[in-house]
Design a binder for this molecule. Structure first.
Ligand SMILES: *[C@@H]1O[C@H](CO)[C@@H](O)[C@H](O)[C@H]1NC(C)=O
Ligand SMILES: *[C@@H]1O[C@H](CO)[C@@H](O)[C@H](O)[C@H]1NC(C)=O
Ligand SMILES: *[C@@H]1O[C@H](CO)[C@@H](O)[C@H](O)[C@H]1NC(C)=O
Ligand SMILES: *[C@@H]1O[C@H](CO)[C@@H](O)[C@H](O)[C@H]1NC(C)=O
Ligand SMILES: *[C@@H]1O[C@H](CO)[C@@H](O)[C@H](O)[C@H]1NC(C)=O
Ligand SMILES: *[C@@H]1O[C@H](CO)[C@@H](O)[C@H](O)[C@H]1NC(C)=O
Length: 426
């Protein structure tokens, strides 16, 4: 194989890599061109369903015009509206033509609602049926449901990435509108955290008083990033009893965002994200990267995978994370390892009672500061925000964090690394 062919292959590979992380579509921008869907568009933004839609390829959005949308929205809280609208996002591509070519005239399609974990049984599927006289009916897949919504017109197609179709009315799955919405101010945060395996975190919130800060933020939008109990036991977790009370408060406030930010939104957020600890004195922010459905948070000191969604009920989102999030402002970014003599002690369950003041800018060794676990992490290696491909060798480990198609990316990186070496060796 000639050098030119190899170089050509390399360039082709690199150009493929650069397109992977860009988004194919923006539902908000698409609907902006159609004022008759402005309310629907507005609710996609409020419920953050826009981020879910933009982060997926091959999707069909069943849009409601302003009349149909306000009939739904006037009677229900945001969390219920979100469930109802997520049933209108089909994880498949249907344009007007395909609707009329459904084999045997009827089919079931999966929706975003099915992926939320809020849908029991097959309630997250919709039935699409080609009816007499060219009409296409939509209904819940639950047995006995009526097809009481129908296709009215095609709005926009970007084959085969996204299709927007107008339907006459919302698709109502049994119970979707009557499920009691948890009122934000009634949420028992510690109860939910305990059930989700985050007892240590919950008890720290209570003993430090930070739970009150969380509660008062509930109505305006709150996202909790709760480390599970294993995260506190991981080797290398800094000794929390060495922190001052104020530092513990900052650390706990760092584990919450002052906005409704479900996992799908973290997936699409490229800018630094403020936390409850963010104030004039320190940024206390973090960044997120995604690979497929996985989201990893980066603090500048360590990284943590987002594990489970405990609660997604606009305007409150509770997510669990695999590792403690260690803010740079407390744990510093230290390029050189700390003295080996520094003992690594296990975390105390109630560090708030320990009053020994610790220096704010203490810098534990990178390996001590980075809890283990997430396979995507490379402790002590390049900083989390290093550009993709900055180190040719370890890209397979490093880079998967930064793009949304890890397996493909890994393959491509491997190919390009092979091509690079064969170009230079021949
Ligand atoms: C569909 O999405 C792919 C992948 O993001 C993109 O390369 C392609 O250009 C998109 N198609 C259109 C017509 O925009
Ligand atoms: C999508 O489009 C809207 C409106 O045009 C814009 O405000 C928003 O920033 C865009 N989102 C992304 C992720 O580009
Ligand atoms: C369509 O109907 C035929 C006969 O009724 C059946 O054999 C076939 O499995 C059906 N196809 C699908 C995709 O349901
Ligand atoms: C869709 O609903 C219609 C009417 O209730 C029913 O006859 C049909 O079998 C359903 N389709 C599927 C694929 O379940
Ligand atoms: C919250 O849940 C915990 C654990 O389930 C329980 O002990 C506590 O009493 C609950 N608090 C309220 C205010 O309901
Ligand atoms: C690449 O790997 C080789 C062998 O494992 C090692 O000697 C070299 O230092 C590595 N280079 C980089 C840039 O990591």
């Amino acid at each position: 194989m000639g050098v030119f062919l190899r170089l050509h292959l390399l360039l082709f590979t690199l150009s493929l890599i650069s397109t992977i992380s860009t988004y194919a579509h923006n539902i908000t921008a698409i609907l902006d061109g159609f004022p008759e869907y402005s309310q629907f568009n507005n609710y996609l933004t409020q419920t953050k369903l826009d981020d879910e839609i933009n982060s997926r390829q091959t999707i069909t959005v069943l849009a409601l015009n302003n009349g149909a949308m306000s009939a739904l929205a006037d009677k229900h809280p945001l969390s219920v509206i979100k469930n109802a609208l997520s049933l209108l996002v089909l994880l498949d591509y249907f344009d007007g033509g395909k609707l009329h070519q459904i084999s045997n005239g009827t089919t079931l399609s999966t929706t975003l609602y099915q992926t939320t974990g809020n849908a029991p049984g097959n309630l997250g599927f919709v039935n699409i049926t080609d009816l007499q006289g060219g009409k296409v009916g939509f209904g819940s897949a639950a047995p006995g449901s009526k097809l009481d919504s129908s296709y009215t017109k095609s709005v926009k197609q970007i084959p085969y990435n996204i299709s927007v179709l107008e339907i006459s009315a919302p698709i109502i799955a049994p119970g979707i509108l009557t499920a009691p919405p948890p009122s934000a101010s009634d949420l028992n945060i510690t109860g939910l955290l305990e059930k989700a395996g985050c007892k240590t975190f919950a008890s720290l919130l209570v003993s430090s008083g930070v739970i009150k800060t969380y509660q008062s933020a509930l109505d305006k939008g709150l996202t909790i990033l709760a480390p599970n109990d294993e995260a506190f036991k991981a080797t290398g977790v800094p000794d929390l009893s060495k922190l001052t009370n104020a530092e513990v408060v900052s650390l706990l406030e760092y584990h919450a965002l002052p906005a409704y930010t479900p996992k799908g939104t973290l997936k699409t957020t490229k800018d630094p994200i403020s936390t409850l600890a963010t104030n004039g004195a320190g940024k206390f922010d973090l960044t997120a990267t995604s690979a497929g459905d996985d989201v990893t948070l980066h603090t500048g000191v360590d990284s943590s995978r987002v594990a489970d969604t405990v609660l997604d009920s606009a305007p409150v989102s509770i997510l669990t994370v695999d590792s403690l999030l260690l803010p740079e402002e407390l744990f510093g970014k230290s390029p050189s390892p700390a003295p080996a003599s520094e003992p690594v002690s296990s975390p105390s369950p109630s560090p708030v009672t320990a009053s020994s003041p610790a220096p704010v800018s203490k810098a534990p060794s990178p390996s001590a500061a980075s809890p283990p676990a997430p396979p995507t992490e490379t402790p002590g290696a390049a900083p989390a925000d290093a550009p993709v491909g900055s180190s040719e060798n370890s890209t397979t480990d490093n880079a998967a964090v930064h793009v949304s198609a890890p397996a493909l990316f890994t393959v491509l990186v491997t190919i390009s690394a092979t091509v690079v070496s064969s170009v230079f060796l021949s």
